[in-house]
Design a protein around this ligand. Structure first.
Ligand SMILES: Nc1ncnc2c1ncn2[C@@H]1O[C@H](COP(=O)(O)OP(=O)(O)O)[C@@H](O)[C@H]1O
Ligand SMILES: [Mg+2]
Length: 470
């Protein structure tokens, strides 16, 4: 062992650092799942309230007996011995207090229409340790009846003990009531504040636990910082989820001045910066799995560039589940596959869309062998021609992980953007997609975090922080 002086500070500092990182992770998890934490808390409170409402109200009357040796008791010559004797006896008296004998006596005395077992179940008793004091409590749904029974016990208990001990007058042990019987006017059950407190604590504990577990298990992306950190490539934009309009297509002209429209313009601007660094004419939009917003982003981005005066060709390169046709209401007959099988020339099958001269090449009939067609020389020639005639070609593609099509197209394009769906695509899926793009020698321009909840609060701070000047 080396001296403690030199080594001690380092571990302390390290644990402090990891401690604050852990705390931050916990807080992030709680913030992400705060709704379910609140839901658990409310459920805990509701369960406690239900329990409180359904628990019958019960009342207690209590009294204390002093177990005294009679003045001329033969069992003891002095007080210490007398007390010891009483203490030994007192445990037997606990049994007598819940005996049928006493219960019958109470019934006869009070005239209550109850069975002995009913009386017995009302009674609890205890002894203060090392004393000769015995506490007896009578619990009942009726406060009056609990007091009646308690009074009867107070009156009859000493007599019953006398009988079972077979004592003659003036000898043996006597039980004197030294306090009570008194009725507690407040119900002893349900214990409303205890129930609610426990319900709240339990709900909160469960809520926090499930939030932390979910946060641990969830590797999806919730912020652009996290996406940038994990992928190591720039996040080009964070696009909001368009709530309310669930039906496709979600298109820029229709969303007008919404935050989504604004963010799409940021994406366009950011791509211009990328373009300035190293020109991108053929741009592939892809993602790890389906339904991440690829087709929606391709269409909106193409329209956005067309609006800005670029001559843009949008190609539906998803020859498995083409969506642009329906999103943009295109003529379904001919398209990319028609050109790839040599049935048509590019310009015969492009369709103009919208007021800004955007041209779109639909998918055409769905072929059985999409990746052969996309990887063939005709596709390369088509792109060569498109490069001559357009200043920007945007290709929508199928997802990377299930099929190779997107990788094939990305390899011959100038760059690809990887769409990552907020809270959905996992870290592993994104990492694998990036690896596959890299091994296909595709140039990954960056990622887009799509369908982010449109929180109007703090997140906009980050939004504008990274916003480039237009
Ligand atoms: N920003 C968004 N907000 C809400 N819904 C969206 C958004 N982007 C896409 N969607 C919807 O998600 C579904 C999948 O989008 P799509 O662009 O076809 O994804 P992909 O091409 O990756 O399969 C569509 O119903 C689309 O309308
Ligand atoms: Mg699609």
């Amino acid at each position: 062992m080396t001296g403690p002086g030199a080594l001690e500070p380092a571990p302390v500092a390290a644990s402090e650092v990891s401690g604050s990182a852990d705390l931050r992770a916990v807080l992030t998890g709680l913030r992400r799942y705060w709704r379910s934490v609140v839901a658990c808390l409310v459920a805990g409170l509701a369960a406690a309230a239900l329990l409180t409402i359904t628990t019958p109200r019960t009342y207690q009357s209590s009294m204390t007996f002093f177990v005294a040796t009679a003045a001329n008791a033969q069992a003891s010559n002095n007080q210490v011995q007398a007390d010891e004797f009483a203490q030994r006896r007192i445990n037997s008296y606990l049994g007598v207090i819940t005996s049928e004998l006493l219960a019958r006596r109470v019934i006869a005395d009070t005239g209550l229409d109850l069975a002995p077992d009913d009386i017995i179940s009302m009674i609890t008793s205890s002894v203060d340790p090392d004393t000769v004091l015995m506490n007896v409590t009578v619990t009942d749904v009726s406060p009056d009846r609990s007091l009646v029974v308690a009074n009867s016990i107070a009156t009859n208990f000493d007599g019953v003990i006398g009988e079972v001990e077979n004592r003659s007058a003036g000898t043996g042990i006597r039980l004197r009531v030294i306090s009570g019987p008194t009725l507690n006017p407040d119900p002893v059950t349900p214990r409303t504040s205890l129930n609610l407190g426990l319900g709240l604590l339990l709900g909160l504990g469960l809520g926090v636990a499930q939030a932390l577990v979910r946060d641990r298990v969830d590797t999806s992306f919730h912020s652009r910082e996290q996406l940038a950190r994990v992928t190591g490539v720039p996040v080009l934009a964070m696009l909001q989820e368009q709530s309310g309009s669930k039906q496709s297509p979600i298109l820029l002209p229709r969303v007008g001045r919404s935050r989504l429209a604004e963010s799409l313009r940021h994406l366009r601007t950011n791509l211009r910066f990328v373009d300035a660094a190293s020109p991108v004419t053929v741009l592939v939009v892809t993602s790890s799995v389906e339904s991440e917003g690829k087709s929606t982003i391709s269409a909106n981005l193409a329209q956005s560039f067309a609006e800005a005066g670029r001559k843009v060709l949008l190609i539906d390169g998803d020859l498995r589940r083409p969506r642009l046709e329906s999103y943009l209401d295109l003529e379904p007959s001919a398209g990319l596959t028609s050109v790839l099988i040599g049935e048509a020339a590019l310009h015969d099958v492009t369709q103009e869309w919208g007021p800004d001269g955007l041209e779109v090449l639909a998918s055409g009939p769905i072929p059985p062998n999409p990746n052969e067609l996309l990887g063939g020389s005709v596709m390369e020639q088509l792109l060569l021609k498109a490069r001559e005639d357009y200043s920007l070609v945007i290709i929508d593609t199928p997802p990377i992980l299930p099929v190779a099509d997107a990788l094939i197209v990305a390899a011959i394009a100038d760059g690809a953007i990887l769409v990552v769906r907020h809270g959905h695509t996992t870290g592993e899926q994104v990492s694998r997609s990036l690896e596959m793009l890299q091994s296909a020698s595709a140039r990954v321009l960056g990622t887009v975090l799509s369908m982010s909840p449109d929180s109007k609060g703090g997140s906009s701070y980050y939004e504008y922080e990274t916003k480039p000047a237009e």
